[in-house]
Design a protein around this ligand. Structure first.
Ligand code: ADP
Ligand code: SF4
Length: 690
């Protein structure tokens, strides 16, 4: 297939100072939970992006000095020559595919506590650090400012020598010292770095000038700047000081990378923001500078990308999440394979890697973060081994991913599902705000439909006997899980008395299927702590029910802090009139009386409600598996086929985990790893003696 000429414009080269990007696809800086701890993993992941057609591939934020130490987060680091050598790995991988490597240098000011280096924290003014750590930053003297400028300059030179082509000054996201200086909220200085905007921009201007002078003949110098903080007059706004900063610095950088702040606004989830949602804020920038402008907006539609360029909003299409979900997105557009694009669903599971200090993962792309340690490539998979016929029961995220991957390996695959397929991705996509989850099943069903060697059989409920008769070499049971209806959950480790026989006790499965309370009062008891409880509470409130959400957690939907949604969920529920009760555990139900105890005091608390929705934990639908394998898996070796269970049927988790499990098991068929060995390579620090 060849490229649709409508998209030609996306493949025009763009000059960025002394370097030229071969097309308009720009992987903007994004965190990955691996950072300086895992340089091989990061280098391989970035190299795949370059291979997939991104003309510029950037690092995550990169600390320039030990006084800007972001522990516990794992970001890039360029404190000395040793770090330079590690970062060079990434630049080399990116260059191998003729792309430009960009590095986002940062001093984080009072955004860090220096937990590792234990150096005093330097800030624009005397202030608390940006966390609950009992640590304060000291206002920087002129000497401190000179130090930061020198460190930034040294880091820029090291970046150039490591092979980077674009060096950033980072003034975005309210996370960096330049932004703290620019911000009236943080900057209380009375010297030439405080007061007027011209003064507050001074440090940013100096860093840009320093960087240009140090490396500008070899590298493009970029600025990342958040033009709006979305907090109104207290912050930077795109029709106020954000615009003025662009006016002041207009031609100084070689490239403007512009966005909105903070990170939760910049990487807003699909529940709370649309593709291209930043346009209203960033579109003015191109009118004020002749330098190329890159911006983000969870762009996955090539038509929208073309429109952004043609309408003069952006010169380059920036992407973090779309490049994570599909590192080959540019290549697929270039090759006219639009249907093959694996679109980001906007769930922010990738972001959770950073917040939980774990290597990046992605719901749509199971190979993300596994490029080096498992050698997984998003577009290439080992060809098949000796088995021939594979049966997969259940076409949810796990079964679909396994079927698609095994189809690509060349096996003869039959995928059976008792309903239409898609499993929980399809079901949950019917909930308010989750329609993009359908992309998980749509993409896989679309790919499978193109494969002659994969047969999909919807409406086929399989029994253990059906499976035995099928005569497959391998059988994967991917039958998912269902929500418990007895109250047992994370905090409550046994069935809750009075729940089982309650006539108006519902589970998420009921509500998704259209059953559930229609009027009156309802308690949503959330001992799951991810998105489900909050969504159902909001949905019932929208229907006019009087809703109280009770959770044993410290705050509503507390795990969604890792996807940067918690504050939005709490705000939305409050606006809908949902009463929120935190830190309370359900102890019993007696008719319409619900008894709770306070987590730390055991103080009893009573609520009256006509109905209850229990959002606790799930039970694997594993009866078929055990009837074949035996309760203790004692028949497994005697079966005439190899049998495995995957995804939620094995261990209920996120959709991302089910997709990953389906992918892993698909790779492992005829390729079984040694069960006693670590199944992936690890990055271990060299032991230094002396
Ligand atoms: P996962 O997240 O692990 O993929 P899901 O719950 O999303 O799990 O999907 C499980 C799928 O398995 C559902 O589409 C369901 O219809 C299907 N399924 C469950 N039991 C059977 C069965 N006995 N025969 C065929 N399909 C089944
Ligand atoms: Fe998109 Fe979710 Fe993947 Fe992140 S984890 S890139 S938001 S699909």
């Amino acid at each position: 297939m060849s490229r649709d000429s409508r998209y030609d414009i996306l493949f025009e080269p763009v000059a960025i100072g002394p370097v030229t990007a071969r097309n308009r696809f720009y992987q903007v800086p994004h965190c990955n939970g691996m950072g300086h701890n895992m340089p091989n993993s990061v280098a391989a992941m970035r190299g795949i992006k370059a291979e997939g057609g991104w003309a510029v591939v950037a690092t995550e934020e990169c600390d320039i000095h030990a006084s800007s130490d972001v522990l516990p987060y794992a970001e890039a680091r360029l404190w000395d020559e040793g770090d330079q050598n590690r970062l060079a790995l990434m630049a080399d991988q990116v260059h191998a595919y003729d792309s430009l490597a960009a590095i986002e240098l940062v001093h984080s000011g009072h955004n860090v506590s220096n937990r590792y280096s234990r150096l005093p924290v330097l800030g624009v003014s005397d202030s608390a650090v940006n966390s609950f750590d009992p640590v304060q930053a000291c206002a920087m003297t002129k000497r401190d400012i000179a130090d930061v400028r020198r460190w930034h300059r040294q880091a820029a030179i090291r970046a150039r020598d490591a092979g980077f082509d674009i060096v950033y000054v980072y003034a975005g996201h309210d996370l960096s010292l330049p932004m703290h200086f620019i911000s009236r909220r943080h900057n209380r200085r009375t010297d030439e770095y405080g007061g007027s905007l011209e003064n507050r921009v001074r440090l940013t201007r100096e860093l840009l000038e320093d960087t240009k002078e140090a490396v500008g003949d070899r590298c493009g110098v970029a600025i990342r700047f958040a033009v709006d903080e979305l907090i109104g007059a207290d912050g930077i706004t795109s029709d106020g000081e954000g615009r003025e900063v662009v006016e002041i610095l207009a031609e100084l950088p070689d490239l403007w990378d512009v966005n909105v702040s903070d990170w939760a606004n910049d990487s807003v989830t699909a529940r709370f923001g649309e593709e291209g949602g930043q346009e209203a804020y960033v579109s003015f920038v191109k009118q004020l500078t002749t330098k190329p402008v890159v911006g983000v907006g969870r762009f996955t539609s090539p038509d929208e990308m073309v429109s952004q360029v043609k309408r003069g909003v952006l010169d380059m299409i920036g992407a973090a999440r779309p490049s994570i979900a599909d590192p080959f997105l540019p290549k697929k557009i270039e090759e006219g394979r639009i249907d093959d694009i694996r679109e980001c669903i906007g769930c922010n599971i990738c972001v959770s890697g950073d917040w939980t200090q774990s290597p990046i993962r992605c719901t749509q792309n199971p190979t993300m973060g596994e490029e080096w340690r498992r050698g997984w490539h998003p577009e290439i998979i080992e060809t098949r081994g000796e088995s021939e016929k594979i049966l997969i029961v259940g076409a949810g995220p796990a079964g679909l991913e396994a079927a698609m991957s095994l189809g690509r390996r060349g096996y003869e695959v039959a995928l059976a599902d008792q309903s239409d397929g898609g499993g929980r991705a399809e079901r949950e996509a019917t909930l308010p705000g989750l329609s993009s989850y359908k992309r998980v099943s749509d993409y896989r069903l679309g790919q499978i439909a193109k494969m002659n060697n994969v047969g999909f059989f919807p409406g086929s409920e399989m029994t253990a006997d059906d499976i035995r008769e099928f005569d497959a070499d391998e059988v994967l049971i991917a039958t998912g899980a269902h929500w418990r209806d007895d109250g047992l959950g994370r905090y409550t480790l046994s069935s809750v008395p009075g729940v089982k026989d309650h006539p108006r006790c519902w589970t998420p499965d009921d509500l998704i299927a259209g059953r559930g309370p229609e009027k009156g009062s309802v308690v949503v008891y959330d001992d799951d702590h991810y998105y489900m409880g909050g969504i159902l509470a909001g949905m019932l409130a929208d229907r006019g029910l009087a809703v109280t959400l009770v959770t044993p957690g410290p705050e509503v939907s507390c795990w969604t802090a890792n996807t940067m949604e918690q504050h939005r969920i709490e705000k939305t529920l409050t606006e809908k009139g949902v009463q929120i009760v935190e830190k309370h555990t359900l102890s019993s139900i007696d008719g319409e009386t619900l008894n709770f105890s306070h987590n730390t005091t055991d103080r009893a608390f009573e609520l009256q409600a006509q109905a209850v929705v229990l959002v606790t934990i799930r039970i694997p639908n594993s009866s078929i598996y055990f009837s074949l394998a035996g309760e203790e898996e004692e028949h497994l070796d005697a079966l005439p086929f190899r049998l495995k269970r995957i995804g939620d049927c094995m261990a209920p988790s996120t959709i991302a985990a089910a997709v990953y499990d389906g992918h892993r098991v698909a790779r492992e068929i005829d390729n079984l790893p040694d069960p006693d060995a670590v199944p992936f390579k690890r990055e271990r620090p060299l032991i230094q003696i002396g």
